[in-house]
Design a protein. Structure first.
Lengths: 295, 500
């Protein structure tokens, strides 16, 4: 269609049905909700909007640094620092850039601003599936986990109570843009969901565990260099997964086992609380049962 | 309760001009500060903008179609709207990109009031999510594509089946709820993606069990097992005899038009008898229907006239020595003129290949000239008889009745919809008459298609329409996503309503 350049996409805020706040600017798409008294909710939402205005511009100012593999100098912006700090513990022996934490770090930042503005019983900030949570003492969330966007159904439930040290949930997987996903994966997982102390950490860990769910050299895995798809990808010429042919049950299990090893490694270091890994109908759960259980 | 705030970061006006990197075809998107560099055919980080043929394109625009008014001016096409009053005579809001509302009882996204020659009109604009939908595909070819009822597959998954053969063409029925949601998850995904591509006028290769691989694309020639089909047959073999008998008479003693459906034999055929042509004694195989018309002379295939024949003499069962004579001139030709051979019987009445006389070759060429270009044509079919109607009126059956009485016109992206008689609002629309990229999909899986209901305001009020949501046409132009395309002049104007 012969369509000219549309109007500028500026940061937008709107209240959605169900007392939810929608914030959107460029690739950032956030649904947030706070619970508390009406005045507190309004103050929290105003704080979220204030924090959101100019956030993307600030991130973009640090973009060159954020796309560099760690270790690298610490950036200055508040969200960029969250990204850097979350990704740094994972960089030993692995390729990781702060961009692996971008969605989670934005969610953490908006949530922190909301909490600072008003006392809230509960809150969530869901940035495209990477979620920051707030729980006052005695409160809890039950989160449904969907492993396949093409066939939405409840595949597992994460029950998160205030006493758990979980305030972040993030999901990563093979689905790229156009098929429900937002970024590239080096692995073949349908979905890896990680529970961690904050959303930025969960985001990095989910990315790396999903990368680890893999069958190196397997002919059913179609890969192309990331830069062939996106010239500015932080993954450069790393081969990213763009297609997956049929796999035998044993191969699916072997790929998941690799991911489980990585997730257990992160858990033993105290980086994550739990992870749930999906590939072609098979599932693995890492971490204590009360946090993640089968739906 | 919706409040909207906007920040003020506007893009540079001339950024698009500088944005292209001519070497790689990369376009820089300046819609937000990320400034994504987007390779051809890919989208930016937000998935809202893409590089479409080197142009930065909003991928989910609300499409308004505009045509020239009596003064010959097209309102706001390619330029910002100048603030003048928009008229229903020149601008039509299509459902392309309109979005949907859910749950269904909410009013449709756009209920637009306009004025058309003094009559207040309403267009209810929405996008339907259709699980009950499919494509009816007509492929102009005589070649054998596969047996009736054979599964049609993409990537091994069945997305439809071969249905009836029609005149000079083979029909496929693709999609439908049983493939979209009734089979395996992968079957539904593959079917939905294939339907989406075909409905958006893209090419899809299908394979037919026990038959051919066919590349389908609306408005293009079918490509059957790698061979582009150029012509649609001029008619069946019998029809070809009837059309050209007089032109052959005197230049040739017998003509056999090879056709998988009805093979024609000139001197036996009524057309040859009428011209007093002498019976040649050349007998063909198959089952005689009426004089000079034979069914099943061979098996279906990709050879002469949709048969599996490569050497046309294979269908000659015998040559009757009591009727035939040495020197008899025999032409064998297919229904498109693509295949033709000329023979002369020798002293023992065996056909010997011979040079085709110019007069005969001219008639063979004329068969080809009279064939229309072979095309794939695709109709989208869907049922809007369900809950979608509640977005139009509080009393949905009144919409159905109004549509069937012709008071409400149904269009899809502005293209006229053929309405099936009977219950519900089940319609068909030619995807070629619709704007580019009119269709979307959802993971259900289901197709998303634009649908517009246009009717006079007084009728809309009478059916219990959502009058409180009525907005003037001019206000739609202010939508941030609104984009304007030229009206397809082949389509009737949806607001020209015939009063019953």
């Amino acid at each position: 269609m012969a369509v000219g350049l549309g109007p500028a996409v500026s940061a937008v805020a709107a209240l959605l049905p169900g007392d939810r706040l929608h914030l959107q600017h460029g690739p950032i798409d956030i649904i947030a909700r706070a619970w508390g008294d009406a005045d507190a909710i309004e103050r929290a939402y105003r704080a979220a909007w204030a924090a959101f205005s100019g956030l993307l511009e600030g991130l973009c100012a640090d973009l060159t640094l954020l796309r560099r593999p760690l270790p690298a100098p610490r950036p200055h912006g508040p969200v960029a620092r969250r990204m850097h700090d979350a990704a740094l513990p994972f960089c030993a022996g692995a390729f990781v850039t702060p961009m692996a934490a971008v969605a989670g770090a934005v969610a953490d930042h908006i949530l922190a601003e909301m909490r600072a503005a008003a006392p809230l019983a509960r809150a969530f900030v869901n940035n495209g599936g990477d979620i920051a949570l707030h729980l006052a003492p005695g409160r809890s969330f039950r989160c449904g986990i969907v492993s396949d966007l093409a066939s939405p159904g409840l595949d597992a439930i994460a029950a998160i109570a205030a006493e758990h040290r979980v305030r972040g949930i993030a999901t990563s997987g093979r689905a790229t843009k156009g098929s429900g996903g937002r970024s590239f994966s080096l692995g073949i997982a349908d979905a890896v969901t990680v529970l961690a102390e904050d959303a930025a950490t969960a985001d990095v860990a989910a990315t790396l565990v999903a990368n680890a769910v893999d069958l190196p050299g397997h002919p059913a895995v179609h890969r192309v260099p990331a830069c062939a798809l996106d010239p500015d990808s932080d993954l450069g010429s790393c081969p990213v997964t763009v297609g997956l042919g049929p796999l035998a049950a044993g191969e699916i299990a072997a790929a998941l086992d690799r991911g489980v090893v990585e997730a257990e490694r992160f858990r033993s270091r105290g980086l994550i609380a739990a992870a749930i890994l999906f590939l072609r109908g098979q599932r693995r759960i890492v971490g204590p049962a009360p946090l993640v259980h089968a739906a | 309760m919706t409040e909207t705030k906007q920040s003020t970061d506007a893009p540079a006006d001339d950024a698009l001009a500088q944005a292209k990197d001519p070497a790689s075809g990369i376009v820089v998107c300046d819609a937000c500060p990320v400034l994504c560099r987007i390779r051809p055919g890919r989208t930016g980080a937000c998935d809202r903008y893409g590089n479409l043929d080197g142009k930065l394109t909003r991928l989910d625009p609300l499409v308004i179609a505009a045509r020239a008014g009596k003064d010959g001016m097209v309102p706001f096409l390619g330029a910002p709207w100048d603030g003048s009053i928009l008229s229903g005579a020149t601008a039509f809001v299509t459902g392309v990109g309109a979005g949907t509302t859910y749950p269904d009882y909410k009013p449709a996204p756009f209920i637009v009031a306009s004025e058309m020659e003094g009559v207040d009109m309403v267009t209810v604009v929405t996008e339907g999510i259709f699980s009950y939908c499919g494509l009816k595909v007509k492929i102009d070819t005589d070649r054998f594509l596969g047996p009736e009822c054979a599964p049609v597959r993409v990537d091994g998954e069945q997305i439809g089946h071969v249905t009836t053969a029609e005149y000079g063409s083979q029909m496929l029925s693709l999609g439908g709820v049983r493939h979209l949601t009734g089979g395996s998850k992968r079957e539904g995904q593959v079917a939905c993606e294939a339907l989406l591509q075909l409905a958006n006028k893209q090419a899809v290769e299908v394979s037919i069990d026990g038959g051919a691989r066919v590349v389908l694309q609306a408005g293009s020639a079918p490509i059957i097992d790698g061979v582009r089909e150029e012509r649609m047959r001029v008619g069946c073999g019998s029809a070809a005899i009837g059309m050209f008998a007089r032109q052959w008479c005197g230049h040739v003693d017998e003509v056999i038009v090879v056709d998988d459906h009805i093979t024609g034999v000139l001197t036996e055929h009524q057309a040859g008898r009428f011209l007093d042509m002498r019976p040649s004694g050349v007998r063909v195989r198959g089952r005689r229907s009426t004089p000079g018309r034979y069914f099943q002379v061979a098996n279906p295939g990709r050879g002469w006239g949709g048969t599996d024949i490569g050497d046309p003499l294979e269908i000659v069962e015998r040559i009757d020595p009591r009727a035939a004579w040495p020197g008899l001139r025999l032409l064998m030709v297919s229904t498109t003129g693509e295949h033709a051979s000329f023979y002369v019987l020798d002293e023992s009445l065996l056909p010997r290949p011979a040079a085709m006389p110019a007069e005969v070759a001219r008639v063979v060429a004329r068969i080809g000239e009279n064939c229309e270009p072979a095309l794939v044509s695709i109709l989208f079919m869907a049922g809007a008889g369900g809950s979608l109607r509640a977005g139009v009126t509080e009393n949905p059956v009144l919409l159905t009745r109004s549509v069937h009485r012709g008071l409400t016109r149904v269009t899809s992206g502005g293209a006229p919809a053929y309405l099936w008689p009977g219950g519900g609002i089940t319609f068909m629309v030619d995807v070629l008459a619709m704007p580019e990229n009119s269709f979307g999909s959802v993971p259900t899986p289901a197709l998303v298609a634009p649908i517009e209901f246009s009717l006079p305001l007084e009728d809309y009020r009478a059916m219990g329409g959502h009058l409180d949501r009525l907005r003037p046409l001019a206000s739609v132009r202010g939508e941030r996503r609104a984009t304007t395309i030229a009206w397809n002049e082949a389509n009737p104007w949806p607001l020209d309503l015939a009063r019953p």
